[in-house]
Design a protein. Structure first.
Length: 320
């Protein structure tokens, strides 16, 4: 069988000098969702968290990010916090309303401390609008980190979210994004300068209304997608899907990539957005193409190599 290791691809800004920052975003697949009925193509052991969890920790350890944004996190106290604590991280999480999983943000505790934090409950947006279909239980977490090494360095604001999954409810995701970015705007108004990062599973494609909204939002400066250079080159042709997320790639074009990979839903839904005036992308962790995955005999995720049904995103930045 063919072998494959993900590698970093240098961007045009790789020669820029300045303080470096590595950010990882990863939907780690909640245990309550990792059931044989939903993943009939998986071997039973590939769905067990005691097998999947260590694989994902190994990935994180390999890529050594400064900031980690995880979605669909359960087993937080039993696994994620102690394991990442051993690697030098501190963090916090917020549970979805009525669910056992949520979003967790971690950071290297020898580099940063939490200056401000705000939990985002998207059901609050539903209460304000009185639209019951907005009561999805989805959440987000905004964390403002201050450098321990350089007190003059502007803080880093990182938001971490998991938006609603239903492919028919694109306007719900847009409404959630508006609520999130308004909360970010309210926080940034209290600072002279901030480095801005917005990570997570937006459950929609690069050409979707919610991603267009995120990129059109200007908080101090226009936001950009760290993976645009990769997504635009290999973006899939997309068609509606009935499974987890909005429109799905159904063709098997071997040059295409996706961030979530199950047979009926191969699409780009995960993102790292950043403020273009203060951050520059220097390199990105590549994503295997459909052709590479075929050679690896990977029909879908999770599998023996990867512990989630999503690939993690890792972007390296230079701070301007």
């Amino acid at each position: 069988m063919a072998t494959y290791e993900r590698a970093f691809i240098s961007d045009i800004n790789s020669s820029l000098k300045g303080k470096a920052l590595t950010v990882l975003s990863y939907n780690v697949l909640a245990s309550s969702s990792a059931i044989p009925k939903s993943y009939p193509y998986c071997k039973p052991e590939h769905l067990k968290f005691n097998i999947r969890g260590p694989k994902m920790i190994s990935e994180i350890k390999t890529y050594d990010p400064d900031i980690i944004c995880l979605q669909e996190v359960d087993n937080y106290k039993e696994f994620w916090y102690p394991k990442l604590n051993e690697l030098g991280y501190s963090g916090n999480m917020i549970l979805k309303v009525g669910k056992s999983d949520g979003c967790a943000t971690f950071y290297k505790r020898d580099l940063y401390y939490v200056y401000q934090e705000e939990e985002i409950n998207f059901n609050d947006a539903a209460k304000e609008s009185k639209d019951k279909k907005l009561q999805t239980g989805n959440v987000g977490l905004i964390t403002v980190l201050q450098s321990l090494e350089d007190s003059d360095m502007p803080p880093i604001l990182v938001s971490n979210c998991h938006l609603y999954w239903d492919p028919k409810e694109r306007e719900v995701r847009v409404h959630q994004a508006k609520w999130l970015y308004q909360a970010i705007q309210n926080i940034t108004d209290n600072y002279d300068k901030l480095y801005l990062l917005s990570c997570g599973d937006f459950n929609d494609t690069p050409d979707s209304p919610v991603v267009k909204y995120a990129l059109a939002t200007s908080i101090r400066s226009p936001m950009k997608s760290a993976y645009d250079s990769l997504f635009l080159k290999k973006e899939s042709s997309l068609e509606p899907s009935s499974k987890k997320g909005a429109p799905s790639k159904t063709s098997d074009d071997e040059s295409k990539i996706c961030t979530v990979l199950i047979p009926q839903c191969k699409q780009i839904v995960d993102y790292i957005f950043y403020s273009s005036d203060s951050l520059s992308v220097t390199s990105l962790l590549d994503i295997p193409t459909i052709g590479v995955l075929k050679k690896l005999c990977v029909q879908g995720l999770p599998c023996d190599k990867w512990g989630s049904d999503h690939f993690c995103l890792v972007a390296k930045f230079t701070l301007k």
